[in-house]
Design a protein around this ligand. Structure first.
Ligand SMILES: C=C(O[C@@H]1C=C(C(=O)O)C=C[C@H]1O)C(=O)O
Length: 525
């Protein structure tokens, strides 16, 4: 494992010398950023801004960073002029985060744009940005010393995160155990270091500098990183939306709500770009018209395929209750992962869904008999809402529900994607689902795939498109006789002419994903 390492005083607590089984690559942050991007190292303590710029390629090691609260003392603009009067600022080439933070300070906080120049070798100039040991050493050369972390704190009230431990995602997927072990030892080293610090042979000023830094990565740090990213987007320094992904599978999505990455499916539970909450609202609850149903009916029955983290259920309940306090809601969810509640218990619940998640967390183990088959399940019921999460293979559960005569007014169709979970997206299964729906019921799914749309049509649905969120392609709604938007002519044509517009087939509802894909490839080309 090749590990990128910054040789500044502030990386001392990570105790890199204690590792015997790694190759250490020492360099400045900005060089390490490049090496990690180019996969010349596997893991490294790099600029937080490098993560923001290339986040899709990395995962962050949780609970570790180099951050500061108020002063950092080693990231400074040294100047002979007050900040407001600075016209030219010379920037260190060692940094990425601090260079971007300098731009935020000038261009966002002060609303001015000085000339930025990089310097190769340090010499005294009118205004410079310095980081690390050089900042500590040379700040005495300047009349004014601006601590960037303090400037950030004064404007935002938040800590600032300069560096993150990032691992290349590809490397992580192949070497999970190794990386997780490395993480564990890093964290232990930091704890050990601060326990021993007072007894170490180190200048008092250095000890004080280190004690003032923060090596954790908590909720406030993440809030601050997201705000920093927002400014960088405004300044067009970074181009895309941001999500924050950790090696423990946690993902903070673009809207700030949390989802998880499923390393077996190699897919997140939600569109990380749209956001977990946003996706539930705009791809499921509103397209299924839960708000309107709640106003018009006394009771709504919802089928939720792929309970996942429970966002769809939580948002639907919230929206329904907002529109009709007395509404009765019966929800049947289908879920494969029997440990789903554990994940929800680890999850940070969005502020506006606390009540709904208290309900979800009250789920208790139970059993349900469907078509004479007994399934393990979880149930909860309160305040007119009843929820049953049926555990098992999706196809079997849907078939048994249909044979038991269940009918639903809305279907949230939200399994993992057709690519990784093909067996949940076949024409034959859609026929079963159709049989579970009332005439006016709407099925909503995030999928925009041609075989899925074609499968829905051939199963006897009319389909329509939903305004895209967090991506370019619209998602899909389907109904027997309900009210959905007309399918645009262009999409109709594509579904008639594209060689990919062939449904996935699974007449016995028993084929493996590989068999289904193989058959599809035979007919589609
Ligand atoms: C706080 C500091 O953080 C450093 C600043 C970095 C940057 O600006 O890109 C990167 C890594 C950190 O080690 C510092 O070295 O002074």
């Amino acid at each position: 494992m090749k590990v990128g390492w910054i040789d500044y005083l502030n990386t001392l607590p990570f105790g890199i010398d204690r590792f015997k089984d790694i190759t250490i690559v020492k360099d400045y942050p900005s060089n390490l950023n490049k090496l990690l991007k180019e996969k010349k190292i596997d893991i490294g303590i790099v600029s937080a801004a490098e993560y923001l710029e290339n986040f899709y390629q990395y995962l962050i090691i949780p609970d570790l960073s180099i951050s500061s609260y108020k002063e950092v003392n080693s990231v400074i603009i040294g100047s002979d002029l007050p900040l407001e009067d600075v016209e030219v600022v010379y920037l260190t080439k060692e940094s990425k985060t601090s260079v971007y933070l300098t731009r935020v300070v000038f261009e966002i906080f002060l609303g001015k744009k000085p000339i930025y120049k990089y310097f190769d070798n340090y010499k005294k100039r009118q205004s410079v940005l310095l980081i690390g040991d050089k900042a500590i050493e040379y700040k005495k050369d300047y009349k004014y010393v601006y601590d960037l972390s303090k400037l950030w704190f004064d404007k935002t009230g938040l800590p600032f995160t300069f560096a993150l431990w990032c691992v290349n995602k590809d490397f992580f997927l192949k070497n999970r155990e190794k990386v997780l072990d490395f993480e564990k030892r890093l964290k232990q080293n930091v704890r050990d270091f601060f326990e021993r610090l007072d007894s170490l042979d180190l200048d008092l000023s250095k000890k004080e500098y280190l004690k003032n830094l923060r090596y954790g990565l908590d909720k406030e740090n993440i809030q601050s990183i997201r705000l920093f990213a927002k400014y960088l987007l405004e300044l067009k320094i970074i181009k895309t939306y941001l999500d924050i992904r950790f090696t423990d599978g946690r993902v903070i999505t673009a809207d700030g709500t949390q989802t998880f990455y499923n390393f077996d499916y190699n897919e997140a539970y939600h569109s990380t770009k749209a956001g977990a909450y946003t996706e539930s609202l705009y791809k499921f609850t509103l397209p299924c018209k839960i708000d309107k149903l709640a106003k018009e009916k006394e009771e709504i029955n919802i089928l939720d395929v792929g309970f996942g983290l429970g966002y769809n259920v939580a948002v639907a309940v919230k929206v329904a209750k907002e529109n009709n306090q007395n509404i009765k809601i019966n929800i049947v969810s289908v879920e494969k992962d029997e440990n789903f509640l554990e994940r929800i218990n680890q999850m940070e619940i969005p502020e506006n869904l606390q009540k709904e998640y208290n309900f979800i967390k009250s789920l208790k183990p139970s059993k349900i008999t469907l078509n004479e088959n007994i399934y393990p399940s979880y149930t909860a019921s309160a305040d007119g809402v009843s929820l049953t999460v049926v555990l098992g293979e999706g196809r079997r559960i849907l078939l048994d529900l249909s044979k038991s005569g269940y009918k639903f007014d809305a279907v949230f169709y939200d399994p993992f994607s057709p690519k990784v979970n093909t067996e949940m997206w076949t024409l034959d299964l859609f026929k079963v689902v159709k049989n579970l729906m009332t005439d006016k019921a709407i099925l909503a799914t995030y999928s925009a795939s041609l075989p899925v749309r074609k499968g829905l049509i051939e199963a006897g649905f009319k389909i329509g498109l939903v305004e895209p969120v967090g991506r370019r392609s619209p998602s899909t709604v389907a109904t027997i006789k309900g009210d959905i938007p007309e399918l645009p002519e262009k999409e109709k044509q594509r579904l008639e002419t594209s060689p990919l517009a062939k449904p996935y087939l699974d007449p016995c509802l028993c084929k493996t994903k590989e068999e289904i894909v193989k058959d599809y490839q035979k007919t589609a080309f």
